[in-house]
Design a protein around this ligand. Structure first.
Ligand SMILES: Cc1ncc(COP(=O)(O)O)c(C=O)c1O
Length: 480
């Protein structure tokens, strides 16, 4: 897509994403809750657990006994037994449409082409030791260089997104001979010590001790209006603020950000990133886009940056790259950033994993051959309108936003309950009916199905949200 066409597509989407902002309260609350994941210690969670089968509850206890406990993971929600397409089957035999999937399942779970490719590679070359390369890794690097916009053409792989963001920061440091970064409060770029320094969520930073020096922060996407006004110029002011920080610091290596804040579905206006790109260019700062959860077609373009007509200096991708099977992430950098032949950017043991590369190549084949990028655009628009209509008929559903096949619906306060509480109850009401999703920012229902989810499954998911929202609103009104 040309950048102009991309711009127009985004403008159209932006118009669609603002069908109604019910109250400032709903919008603001959307972004001050716990950003990553839902709370797992609520009364709704306890009621959910109570109805699970005895073997499931036994395994949940065993999980807690043998794994180091940590927030967002412990205690676990359920025990999953099988995963196919858009569906998880739990140990009790309950079928759950997975509209969460940790953003790894663009092509659905266990796509036959991906499984076949991984099995074939497993028989051929299960591992590629350091100092050797392999044809699959090279083919994937070449494919990504061809797909990525602009001059992004030099690649490194790692097994995890956080490690990939870490490599991007190291490359920016080496290339600019500077060490500072500018990233956003409330952002998430992975759970390693360097990436929690870039990130802005207290949950990950609290009690972790000294973080990476020089990690500066600016207000997050999604809170621009809270800090910079509701007169339509908030993002312009946020861009000006970033420009100011780059200017006064004068020695920032990289701006690191998600082009769209995934967890709260915060989509900035079409010209926002072009302004930041321009600032970076004027101040000798590299622009690093973290598209780990959002890349590979979900947004209706192969990469989210294409919607903004902006090419970063380093693009970081992951999650769905491994086809929902293998752990794989990558950086794709401008060719002239290949400036560290004698240093170490990655040096990860599974750096050129043939299995990961085989899974990724098959995933890209599926995305292309099944026309999933175009499908994300088509279904994205239609579903956004459907969600808008659902929200219009429900007192607990508020603003609806989306980009391609990824949607967010703010949950509103209701019957004296805070939005975070209502959203938590809505999650379990949907789970009981067979739909899983993630609550982002405390009260944003985020919906992330496979791009090849069937129309029937999508209909079922929308029906579940509608019926769960209706009965929950009644139940809460009745005080139960
Ligand atoms: C925006 C973003 N960046 C980085 C990461 C970290 O990826 P990984 O869990 O593969 O380390 C995530 C994971 O959720 C993410 O959403």
């Amino acid at each position: 897509m040309t950048s102009c066409a991309a711009w127009l597509a985004l403008c159209e989407l932006t118009a669609l994403t603002e069908p109604r902002v019910r109250t400032g309260y709903g919008t603001l609350m959307a972004h001050i809750g716990p950003s990553e994941g839902d709370t797992n210690s609520s009364s709704a969670r306890r009621s959910w657990r109570a109805q699970l089968g005895p073997e499931t509850r036994y395994l949940l206890d065993e999980d807690e006994r043998y794994f180091l406990r940590q927030s967002l993971s412990t205690p676990c929600l359920d025990v999953v037994e099988r995963a196919t397409g858009a569906t998880l089957v739990d140990l009790d035999g309950r079928e759950i449409l997975d509209f969460h999937g940790n953003s790894v399942h663009q092509v659905g779970y266990g796509h036959p082409r991906v499984i076949e490719a991984v099995k074939a590679e497993l028989d051929r070359l299960p591992f590629s030791p350091r100092r050797y390369t392999n044809s699959s890794a090279i083919a994937l690097a070449r494919r990504l260089a061809d797909l990525a916009p602009g001059d992004l053409s030099k690649v490194l792989f790692t097994p995890s997104g956080a490690a990939a963001v870490g490599m991007a920061v190291k490359l920016a440091r080496f290339a600019t001979k500077r060490h500072k970064t500018v990233s956003m409060w409330d952002s998430f770029h992975g759970a390693n010590l360097d990436t929690i320094s870039l990130g802005g969520e207290a949950l990950f930073r609290r009690d972790a001790g000294p973080l990476m020096p020089g990690a500066e922060h600016v207000p997050p996407l999604g809170l621009a209006e809270r800090f910079f006004g509701t007169d339509g110029l908030a993002y312009q002011r946020l861009a000006d603020y970033i420009d100011y920080v780059l200017e006064v610091q004068g020695d920032v290596a990289a701006v690191v950000a998600e082009p769209v804040r995934w967890t709260t579905v915060a989509v900035p206006p079409a010209d926002f990133w072009a302004r930041v790109r321009d600032s970076c260019d004027r101040h000798g700062t590299l622009l690093v886009f973290d598209e780990i959860p959002s890349c590979l077609g979900r947004s209706g373009s192969m990469f989210v940056c294409e919607h903004f007509g902006v090419t970063p200096d380093i693009l970081v991708i992951g999650k769905g790259l491994g086809g929902g099977v293998m752990p794989l992430a990558a950086i794709v950098a401008r060719s002239d950033l290949d400036v560290v032949p004698d240093g170490a950017l990655g040096h990860y043991t599974h750096e050129k994993s043939p299995l990961g590369a085989a899974a990724a190549l098959a995933t890209l084949d599926v995305i292309e051959q099944e026309g999933l990028v175009a499908r994300a655009r088509d279904i994205g628009h239609a579903t956004l309108e459907r969600l808008g209509a659902l929200a219009a008929g429900s007192p607990i559903l508020g603003q609806v936003r989306g980009l391609g096949m990824y949607w967010g619906v703010d949950v509103e306060p209701w019957a004296g309950r805070a939005p975070v509480d209502v959203a938590d109850h809505l999650l379990y009401a949907c789970l009981e009916r067979g739909l899983s999703f993630k609550i982002g920012g405390g009260n944003v229902v985020t919906l992330c199905p496979p791009l090849n989810v069937s129309s029937d499954e999508l209909e079922r998911a929308l029906a579940i949200i509608g019926s769960a929202a209706t009965s929950l609103a009644k139940r809460l009104s009745a005080g139960s």
